[in-house]
Design a protein around this ligand. Sequence first.
Ligand SMILES: [Zn+2]
Length: 260
Amino acid sequence: MKLIDTHCHLTDDRLKPGLEGVLSRAGEAGGVAFICATAHIADSAEAAEIAGRHKQVWCTAGVHPHDAKNVGKDYLERLKELAANSKNVAIGEIGLDYHYDFSPRDVQRRIFAEQLALAARLGKPVAVHTREAFDDTLAVISESGIAGGQILFHSFTGGPDEIRRVLNIGAFVSYSGIATFNSAADIRAGAALVPDDRVLIETDAPYLSPEPVRKMKINEPANVIHVAECLAVVRRTTPKTFAEQTTANAVRFFALDTEA
Ligand SMILES: [Zn+2]
């Protein structure tokens, strides 16, 4: 089985020191490619370094809504440079988070819109984080003019209603360990509706260990297999077929230069 973890934070202090082991365990579990998600400029630079050292790792560059209030004047210039890296495959993770509100909402919306515009200019796809801000997220996306097919909603937690709206704009959707939780029946009901060619999987490691390893304090890319197995059941297919679909979708969405 060949799996791609489309969103993991390999720069995190809980994963980076043991990265060789993390990647080898993930490889043994079928992981063939890993997209290192990023939250701010320094993080994006570090992700590019990691991707440069590991052929199975690719990276994004972006400013998370939590960090929106901290951007420097030249952040778009810096993102543009980082996006030019040969292993960069997307702008992300970007979006809106009204749960924590670590940055003022108007600042979050402005920084999100500016990065969407940059992605559209560069022809790069985007990885979107949205929490308790779904309507505004869709509004900012629609004003940005970026093509829906360039949007990936990462670690999606919406149910059938939200999924219909995501699919309506032509976007892709990625599921993390949250979809495996006992409490997540509504998320799984949504996941059952996503066409075979629009669904991806991820761990969001080191966060969100999936069932049945939810007790693992530090989630790892190797656990993407559990997300695949859970959703294969939900979607009435086999893990093998679902792995083939999600891997092909990841390769296509991120234009990954891999034999996977
Ligand atoms: Zn993330």
